[in-house]
Design a protein around this ligand. Structure first.
Ligand code: RUB
Length: 306
């Protein structure tokens, strides 16, 4: 019964599906399939299946609060329902999933609309890794007739920057790819930096692809504005209650396939960028200061604190 969940989790783990947004979408769709195919006879059995699915999905990648917030919201709707039949509860899962996906789409549109306004003609924009929210925003700016160019890092060890570069070229944006360690070399030639996010903590710090915090530091040094583009639901409520956001550590083989014996390789997937280095978070509510994240979350998504 958990086949759809296992398949989605494998794709997420193997980076076949990458980026926080796509990870959340894949998880929600897998939960929807599980609900459609369930053979559970009652609420208790159905909730057990959902709980197992949740554990598998959460373990697929640790640093993904958007996925966790989505799955928690959907399962909570089932838990709180007065209905007892598995069929009726499966329908609740379907409608809650559809609503979440639609809202996510609306957020992406709003973020792109707001962010595209920041792009002036002839500007040079620096980005790191592959964020579907960032590339969507840049494509939108291009469609609006803005002329700009993009510098993107290759993003070692698994080269997500190449995805960004290909998408930009498809949109006919002049694009330059650089090695990650050339970030400082190019920083004073760019107008601003724009990156995605995997998680936002209660203090307004942002977790994104490894290397992001170094780029933020370099941007700070050269007084280059550094923006984060993110749906608010990447906020991790657990950080408010004292937990640290976990930083996923991936296989050493991503860095060096046949590594010499006794060599230690560390391969953290993400790092933390302190809020003081972030000019603004471009989200569905507008461009906000990272300091205001808790207040904005309470106003817009109070259910995440439940
Ligand atoms: C991807 C990454 C992206 C964020 C945001 O890392 O760090 O910047 O996930 O992406 P990985 P999006 O390739 O390891 O998943 O805006 O698409 O949610």
């Amino acid at each position: 019964m958990l086949e759809s969940i296992q398949i989605a989790a494998e794709k997420i783990k193997g980076l076949e599906v990458q980026g926080a947004r796509n990870v959340a979408i894949a998880a929600i769709e897998a939960i929807e399939t599980l609900a459609k195919e369930t053979k559970a006879k009652n609420k208790k059995e159905f909730l057990k299946e959902l709980s197992e699915a949740k554990d598998i999905l959460f373990a697929s990648r640790e640093t993904e609060p958007l996925m966790r917030n989505a799955v928690r919201l959907i399962t909570r709707k089932v838990e709180r329902s007065v209905k007892e039949g598995a069929r009726e509860l499966a329908e609740i899962v379907s409608s809650a999933s559809q609503k979440f996906l639609n809202d996510l789409e609306d957020s992406k549109e709003k973020i792109a609309e707001i962010g595209a306004r920041r792009i002036k003609n002839d500007s040079v924009i620096f980005t790191h890794c592959h964020s579907s929210t960032v590339t969507y925003l840049l494509r939108r700016a291009k469609q609006e007739g803005k002329s700009f160019e993009v510098i993107c890092t290759e993003t070692r060890p698994v080269f997500q920057g190449r995805l960004t570069a290909k998408e930009m070229l498809e949109s006919r944006v002049k694009t330059t790819l650089i090695v990650d360690s050339a970030a400082r070399f190019f920083m004073n030639q760019v107008d601003f930096v724009i990156v995605g996010a995997d998680a936002i903590t209660s203090q307004g710090n942002v977790i994104n692809k490894i290397g992001t915090s170094m780029i933020a530091l370099v941007a700070h040094e050269s007084r280059t504005p550094f923006y984060v583009v993110s749906e608010l639901l990447k906020f991790d409520p657990a950080t408010m209650y004292g937990d640290y956001e976990k930083i996923e550590e991936r296989s050493p083989n991503e860095v060096w396939e046949n590594l010499p014996k006794n060599l230690i390789i560390r391969n953290p997937a993400f790092d933390v960028t302190r809020r003081d280095f972030i000019h603004g978070i471009i989200c569905e509510e507008g461009i906000i200061s990272p300091h205001s994240i808790i207040e904005v979350m309470h106003r817009k998504y109070p259910w995440v604190f439940e």
